[in-house]
Design a binder for this molecule. Structure first.
Ligand code: ZN
Length: 340
């Protein structure tokens, strides 16, 4: 088969890779219905992450089970399934506590390279969630979104303790931030303030349930949030970028006793201890335990309660994956859907 391989900054190639096959008896092989480019793929694409050799890319996926190993019992060939960007056993104490992304046997799906027509999924029983029947084609983008960006936005809102009546600030207008807005709306937030200066993203945020847009950033952005909340700050803040500026903007936008859910992969973030100490803010985040939320999120998509697939504003055949990266890197696209 042919799939995406990153060679170095700005250099994604669509080239021959080995067909995935069952290696462990707990594996499944999927024929992917759709895959996509993640905002976090842009870190290595931009040279912010280094890697020693050409690296298969992609960790978001949904599709049809082709083959399962002999120990797999929860899914079977022919079923449509979605999984998280971390494979997990879903049975260890960490998984059972709802933190499947930190499973004692967690496997990063990026190592398997999901920007391809076929994908090996380790720990298939714990990782994959099947839909009740084969979904119609127009629901595939929404189901694909549950695999990472929606699950991550949902975790961010949950970690930020979004509750009915809360004021929520969202830092980061990528797909995860936008779906953080959608998640906060579902959780009953009263006021959702999207911090964005990008017109198309502001528009989608408003459609997903944002009530206000703030275009200022950094300390000016914090000032705006304070002005809008009687000087207190937001109850809940979703951090969906991962830079020093976005993290501090998030912590400073939260009121004492408030919560920050941080899901942007951090790069060079250092939090001053004394400021953290006196902030009185709850910080919770990290790689989202998407598996915890998948059954609920899949139900919400299939019942047409939400349409998270709208974050895909560019659809390309898989062989044009390089253009998919370029469009997101240049912010011409929010998120690229790839059709194998
Ligand atoms: Zn586990």
């Amino acid at each position: 088969m042919r799939g995406a391989v990153l060679y170095g900054p700005g250099d994604v190639r669509f080239e021959e890779r080995d067909d995935p096959k069952i290696i462990e008896p707990t594996d499944a092989i999927l024929r992917l219905s759709a895959t996509c480019v993640c905002g976090s793929d842009l870190w290595p694409y931009r040279g912010a992450d280094t890697f020693p050799q050409p690296q298969p890319m992609g960790h978001e996926y949904c599709g049809v089970v082709e083959e399962v190993g002999r120990e797999v019992t929860n899914v079977k060939p022919g079923q449509f399934v979605v999984g998280s960007f971390f494979a997990s056993d879903n049975t260890c104490p960490i998984c059972r506590a709802g933190y499947q992304s930190r499973c004692v046997d967690a496997r990063l799906m990026g190592n398997e390279g999901a920007q391809a027509p076929y994908l090996r999924v380790p720990l298939a029983d714990g990782t994959l969630v099947a839909t009740p029947e084969m979904p119609p084609d127009d629901m595939v983008p929404g189901l694909l979104a549950t695999s990472d960006v929606l699950g991550t936005g949902w975790f961010a809102a949950d970690a930020a303790n979004v509750r009915p009546g809360h004021t929520v600030a969202v830092v980061g207008d990528g797909a995860v931030g936008l779906l953080g807005v959608l998640s906060a709306k579902q959780m009953g937030a009263e006021r959702i303030i999207m911090m964005s200066r990008h017109e198309a993203r502001q528009k989608l945020a408003l459609e997903f349930g944002a009530t206000d847009i703030v275009t200022e950033r950094g300390d000016e952005g914090v000032e705006r949030i304070k002005e809008m909340t009687g000087g207190l700050g937001a109850h809940s803040v979703i951090e969906a970028v991962g830079t020093q500026e976005s993290m501090m903007q998030s912590i400073r936008s939260a009121r004492p006793g408030g919560h920050v859910g941080f899901v942007g992969v951090t790069h060079g973030v250092e939090i001053p201890g004394m400021e953290l100490f006196f902030s009185g803010v709850h910080l919770h985040g990290g790689p989202a335990p998407v598996r915890r939320y998948l059954p609920h999120l899949i139900d919400l998509v299939l019942s047409e309660s939400i349409d998270p697939g709208r974050v895909f504003d560019l659809t390309l055949p898989l062989d044009q994956v390089a253009e998919g990266y370029r469009a997101m890197d240049e912010r011409r696209a929010i998120k690229t859907l790839l059709c194998p």
